[in-house]
Design a binder for this molecule. Structure first.
Ligand code: TRP
Length: 362
């Protein structure tokens, strides 16, 4: 039977925020604890982060530790999940190099994620760094080197997965069944697909200053929730309000569970009842924000506490990454041996090669 293998990761360009948490981190911990998977690889894509941070090596270096702390604090368990660092796996470069032969420039140009990112970063025409342009190929190597069957990521990664599957099919067609086609695993809840920033803008992003970080203090979370974007037309408490596009309600969709009402807002049975009242009018933003803050604090407090503990022993955190990287390298080396064999590049491993070539010249 085919093993079930999870692989996913993040670019270490900043500490993780609650968008990462509901979009992926929370799910990873559930998947990890479900016992349904044979192997779980979670990695920090530091080499990919460098593709558009070439001038900021120290930013990536520091955030490798921030993200590791967030992973562990959120509940990833190194006994169950292999945590590792991309740049420390040279086999990834090797596989990427061979994959480059399987992808055309025009196919990369059609990748929607690459397209938007090129626009976002203001690269024009041919000024795009080759490494940035080709990162979907390297991402396909990230996934296939570990024979991942399941890749839990946000919807923005869908084009990457599609491109990866194409590469796998092409490789297996040419060289014989070697690599595994992965499946994407998207977040279940629409609000979790892309949590907006606290200002209501489409995405949480450090540069917009609209993030709530997992490592934020209780005080900081409180302040950020108080100043959150709601319905700009909901001026008086008695006014009817809109729930759609109202960030406070979007966050509640992502975080709130029925039992939170019993604990923090017993006047309402559930989120639907709260939304109905808001729509009708008579429910003030402040009351909803207080509830959201309580829900967020309940979720974030244990993570904050674990993080504080972990911060006391950074060498132990680095050791977890070191050991995970060793495990990942071993798995990667095994796949690479199969890839070289399939590609007829296993000269020194294949005794028949010496015999067959010697015979050719007799
Ligand atoms: N591109 C992903 C992101 O920006 C990170 C990533 C790199 C990744 N390689 C991956 C995710 C492989 C899943 C699988 O979030």
């Amino acid at each position: 039977m085919q093993q079930r293998i999870i692989l996913t990761g993040d670019r270490p360009t900043g500490p993780l925020h609650i968008g990462h948490y509901v979009g992926s981190l929370r799910r990873r911990v559930e998947l990890q604890d479900s016992g349904l998977y044979d192997k779980i690889f979670i990695f920090e894509a530091d080499a990919q982060a460098l593709t558009d941070n070439i001038d900021h090596p120290d930013k990536v270096r520091q955030n490798v530790i921030e993200v590791a702390l967030d992973y562990l604090a959120a509940g990833l368990d190194p006994q169950k999940s292999t945590l590792f660092i991309q740049s420390q796996i040279p086999e990834l470069c090797e596989l990427t190099f061979y994959f480059m032969d399987l992808v055309s420039v025009s196919r990369l140009q059609r990748n929607p994620t690459v397209k938007t990112e090129i626009q976002m970063r203001g690269f024009s025409g041919e000024s795009i760094p080759v490494g940035f342009f080709t990162y979907p190929i390297s991402q396909a190597a990230d996934i296939t080197l570990f024979k991942a069957t399941t890749v839990p990521v946000g919807e923005d990664q869908e084009p990457m997965l599609e491109q990866c599957r194409e590469i796998v099919r092409r490789f297996n067609n040419i060289y014989g069944e070697t690599l595994v086609e992965p499946n994407i695993l998207l977040p279940e809840n629409a609000a979790c697909l892309r949590l907006p920033g606290t200002d209501g803008k489409a995405k949480m992003s450090k540069s917009l200053g609209n993030c709530i970080y997992l490592k934020d203090s209780a005080d900081a979370v409180e302040k950020k929730v108080k100043s959150m974007f709601t319905d700009p037309d909901h001026l008086r408490v008695s006014d009817p309000g809109k729930v759609e596009g109202n960030t406070v309600f979007t966050y509640l969709d992502a975080f709130c569970r029925p039992e939170h009402f019993g604990r923090y807002l017993p006047d309402y049975e559930d989120l639907d009842a709260l939304k109905d009242h808001y729509r009708r009018g008579g429910l003030g933003d402040m009351k909803v924000k207080k509830f959201l803050a309580a829900v967020l604090q309940e979720t974030l407090e244990p993570i904050r506490q674990r993080r504080a503990e972990l911060e006391k022993d950074i060498p132990a955190v680095i050791d977890i990454l070191r050991r995970g990287t060793e495990v990942a390298r071993e798995a990667g080396a095994q796949t690479m041996a199969e890839v070289r064999r399939a590609m007829r590049l296993d000269y020194f491993e294949d005794a028949a090669f010496t015999a067959e070539q010697a015979a050719r010249f007799q």
